[in-house]
Design a protein around this ligand. Structure first.
Ligand SMILES: NC(=O)c1ccc[n+]([C@@H]2O[C@H](COP(=O)([O-])OP(=O)(O)OC[C@H]3O[C@@H](n4cnc5c(N)ncnc54)[C@H](OP(=O)(O)O)[C@@H]3O)[C@@H](O)[C@H]2O)c1
Length: 316
């Protein structure tokens, strides 16, 4: 495992961040603890959860945060783990109504602290954006929580580069702490839908990548393994990968298979290593849900790829 640092957080942050979206719901508490133990054994120190996870299951509200909180406490590893959670997500039944007012953020944060059984969250992400809410109002509210010690650092998820730049400018001009990282979808498979209006999610595209490289804002991508796209046969009838079916991705899929054979790794690990070795990347949120997938995913963290190999993988 390799590590990096994030401003405001005095713990080494592993380049792999374990996504816990299904913990306590799709995975039982026991299965979740087994995955978390395996991640810790392989040097992982970085977790991603969210206030909204499992809200889609009747009675499931908070299942992921509660499971993560119970595991951290039972293993006594809060001092070593960097825990990120996300708030400010719209209610699932009213996705068109944003929840980014100071009172929405305060309510979600208080509930997340309680569910995670802690007084301080290392990295607090806003899960969505609403350009109609001024960045100054949002940053001021978050800076109040930083000053109160409820969070150590702040990040933005599914924010456009225009809004990220606006937020950075506002923070610099007003002496506030800005976002230390951005969480969007990004993988070796280029998404056919960089902006999903219904879900209000954002995926990396060419313009955004150029902006991130120039701005130097750290990207910590989700769906970094393209939901398993590289681990399954290329099949344009597979609905679960419809966001990735394209001639470019068919060639990338093929190149990942070729490099996997050459390097003695799985195609999935090669695709993940692409992000971890990318000059504007370096970290990724991952969602293995079996022991074998965890092992394969963590092996990617140690796979060094040359510039020529990166260029080979992303060639059109
Ligand atoms: N900020 C946001 O809006 C947002 C949105 C989505 C996700 N997230 C975060 O990102 C986390 C992960 O998301 P994700 O599930 O989309 O990520 P992902 O890692 O791209 O996809 C996970 C899926 O890929 C397959 N897989 C994982 N590891 C594998 C391996 N080593 N070999 C082969 N297949 C493998 C599995 O599917 P099969 O076994 O079924 O093939 C698994 O369910 C979530 O838990 C959450 O924390 C954040």
């Amino acid at each position: 495992m390799r590590y990096f640092s994030l401003p405001g957080i005095e713990k080494p942050v592993s380049v792999l961040c374990l996504g816990t979206g299904g913990m306590g719901s799709a995975q039982t508490a026991d299965e979740s603890f087994t995955l978390l133990d395996a991640f810790a054994e392989r040097g992982g120190t970085f977790l991603d959860t969210a206030h909204v996870y499992a809200d889609w299951i009747p009675g499931g509200a908070g299942a992921s945060e509660r499971t993560v909180g119970a595991w951290l406490r039972s293993r006594d590893v809060w001092g070593r783990f960097v825990v990120g959670t996300k708030g400010g997500h719209p209610k699932l039944e009213t996705m068109h109504l944003s929840r980014l007012r100071p009172e929405d953020i305060a309510q979600d944060l208080a509930e997340s602290l309680e569910r995670l059984q802690t007084e301080t969250i290392d990295l607090y992400w806003l899960h969505r954006d609403d350009p109609a809410v001024p960045v100054g109002e949002i940053l001021s509210a978050l800076n109040d929580h930083l000053a109160a010690g409820a969070v150590r650092a702040i990040g933005a998820s599914n924010w456009s580069t225009v809004r990220l730049e606006e937020a950075a400018d506002y923070a610099a001009a007003h002496g506030l702490t800005g976002f230390c990282a951005s969480q969007i979808a990004w993988s070796l498979a280029r998404s056919n839908e960089p902006y999903n209006a219904a879900m209000r999610t954002i995926a990396m595209d060419k313009d955004a990548l150029r902006w991130y490289c120039a701005a130097g804002l750290r990207v910590i991508p989700y769906t970094a393994q393209a939901s398993g796209f590289f681990a399954h046969p290329y099949d344009e009838t597979a609905a679960r990968f419809s966001a990735y079916h394209s001639p470019v991705n068919a060639r990338r899929w093929q190149r990942a298979q070729t490099m996997a054979r050459e390097r003695g790794m799985s195609p999935n690990a090669v695709a993940l290593a692409y992000l971890l070795n990318h000059p504007c990347g370096g970290a990724a949120i991952v969602g293995p849900h079996t022991g074998e997938q965890m092992e394969d995913t963590c092996r990617a963290a140690d796979l060094a790829l040359s510039d020529a190999e990166l260029a080979f993988l992303e060639a059109h």
